[in-house]
Design a protein around this ligand. Structure first.
Ligand code: PMP
Ligand code: PLP
Length: 478
């Protein structure tokens, strides 16, 4: 007998986990309605321009037998025509990075496939040269996946975790969903302030906070999202010392590492990483191919102490078993095309960082030319994708009568009226224990201007519109 449709629809809320019910999603999605306004120039989203992809096509060899094209309306050929023509055969061995589908399309160790892991190990040794022996790598499906693994391996509900004062929502939101209590550490134009970090730990009152001190800080050390900061090496040493003092792990989420400005190309060394100064095994470094190949690579790698990395590996083992073998095959083909590590470091990386350096410098030039100096503070260029532009709220005509966040919203809407979109700093503000005065709050209002997508002319027109909106807000005569 057939089953009659049920009279009342299922109430699915009864099946949902606490995690689903309490899931926080990035606030940036609130900007979506503005993106689609016709004529809007958007500096809202930080994604690479497709012109930066280092591939312009992919060929897959699918050796069907005979007339195997399916013609709609004419049916398919006989089933035997769909059988592979020939069995898969391994390519000639010997070239360490040659895609070897026998290996790459097979189940593999969750750490990754041997060819790719050997490239990663040599890369880490050459670029970061860790100062202790027991480090290993784990392949991931990109930095989102890597950070997820770290959080699942290290945190319980209710634990505290430190983040930057203005933090990447793609980490803040999932951490909050997992019940992790995030706290922002005050930062300046060099990144996290080690003195403020030390003070927070020193004054930690377990009873008042309802829990012990945090065990980790998550930092985006290069061209950070959103603050566009590259933390200099001296500052990194001070942060590292403070973390050792308070026994904090450092999660170094570094997808923009190779987008930093290199004034003399390959001859300017990159800023040393936290991993490069780590003698204790307290740094978990997370790298990604998203910004140097393409976000669709969904491939990255973690470097850290073998004991911790094993636990992170275990969280992936029963989830994604990542990464995808097709992705590994494609990326290894690209690595092979780049040639040696030296070719990658001296030719490809400076080429890609130059694209972002030029965009960053153009955006700064347009800000200087088209936006009244009374209204904004021009940030220093770091490369990457973001400029963190501070509004001089302290000189806005509505301050101090109105509070700074209200003025910020008003400015946002004036910019939308002029059809230009940027992300307000409130979307990135981590929970904080610091008490800010109204005057201090006035100096914490920024917009994140992402310069990675718009072409040059559009960038200039967008920044002109920003200038018009701000002149109107500050009631400046033209
Ligand atoms: N979506 C995903 C999944 C990303 O990882 C990124 C890059 N961080 C973006 C979108 C664009 O970044 P944002 O949301 O910070 O503009
Ligand atoms: N972490 C930060 C700080 C980011 O800005 C982004 C996005 O660009 C990611 C992680 C996500 O990177 P992936 O594409 O490797 O998951």
């Amino acid at each position: 007998p057939s089953i009659e449709p049920q009279a009342t629809p299922i109430d699915f809320s009864q099946y949902l986990s606490r995690e689903s019910k309490e899931r926080k999603r990035s606030q940036l999605k609130e900007l979506r309605p503005y993106f689609v306004i016709p004529g809007m120039i958007s500096f809202g989203v930080g994604i690479p321009h497709p012109s930066t992809w280092p591939v312009n096509g992919m060929t897959l060899s699918v050796p069907f037998a005979g007339k195997s094209v399916f013609v709609p309306g004419f049916g398919s050929q006989s089933p035997s025509d769909m059988y592979p023509l020939a069995e898969y055969q391994d390519p000639a061995k010997g070239d360490a990075l040659r895609p070897d589908l026998g290996e790459e399309l097979q189940y593999s160790s969750t750490y990754g496939t041997p060819h790719l892991l050997s490239w990663i190990k040599e890369h880490i040794q050459r670029v970061h040269n860790p100062q202790y022996d027991d480090w290993v790598n784990l392949c991931t499906a990109g930095n989102t996946d890597g950070v997820d693994g770290v959080l699942r391996a290290c945190f319980d509900r209710g634990d505290y975790m430190l983040v930057e004062e203005f933090a990447y929502p793609g980490t803040l939101s999932p951490a909050t969903t997992m019940g992790i209590r995030c706290l922002g550490v005050p930062m300046d134009t060099d990144g996290v302030d080690p003195k403020a970090l030390d003070d927070m730990m020193m004054n930690w009152d377990e009873a008042e906070k309802g829990g012990p001190r945090p065990k980790m800080i998550v930092i985006v050390p290069t061209c950070s999202n959103p603050a566009g900061v590259t933390t200099p090496v001296q500052r990194k040493r001070e942060i590292y010392s403070a973390c050792r003092k308070w026994n904090l792990l450092i999660c170094e989420d570094d997808p923009y590492c190779f987008l930093q400005i290199r004034p003399n190309g390959a001859d300017s060394p990159i800023v040393p990483s936290f991993l490069s100064m780590d003698t204790d095994g307290r740094v978990i470094r997370i790298d990604s191919f998203s910004k140097i190949v393409a976000p669709g690579s969904r491939l990255g790698f973690i470097t850290g102490h073998k004991t911790l990395v094993e636990k992170i590996m275990n969280t992936r083992e029963s989830a994604t078993q990542c990464p995808s073998g097709f992705s590994i095959a494609a990326i290894t083909a690209i690595l092979r095309a780049w040639g040696s590590h030296e070719g990658f470091e001296r030719n490809y990386i400076p080429y890609i960082s130059d694209i972002y350096a030029k965009r960053c410098l153009s955006a700064i030039r347009f800000l200087k030319e088209h936006v009244p100096a009374e209204t904004i503070e021009i940030p220093a260029p770091a490369g990457g994708m973001f400029l963190w532009v501070r509004f001089k709220i302290e000189s806005h005509p509505s301050f101090p009568a109105e509070d700074p966040e209200t003025i910020s919203k008003q400015i946002f809407h004036s910019m939308i009226e002029q059809k230009v979109l940027m992300c307000p700093s409130e979307y990135f503000k981590a929970p904080s224990t610091t008490q800010w005065t109204k005057e201090e709050e006035a100096k914490r209002i920024f917009v994140r201007l992402s310069f990675s997508l718009p072409p040059q002319e559009e960038m200039e027109e967008g920044i002109k519109r920003m200038g018009r909106a701000l002149a109107k807000e500050w009631r400046l005569s033209a």
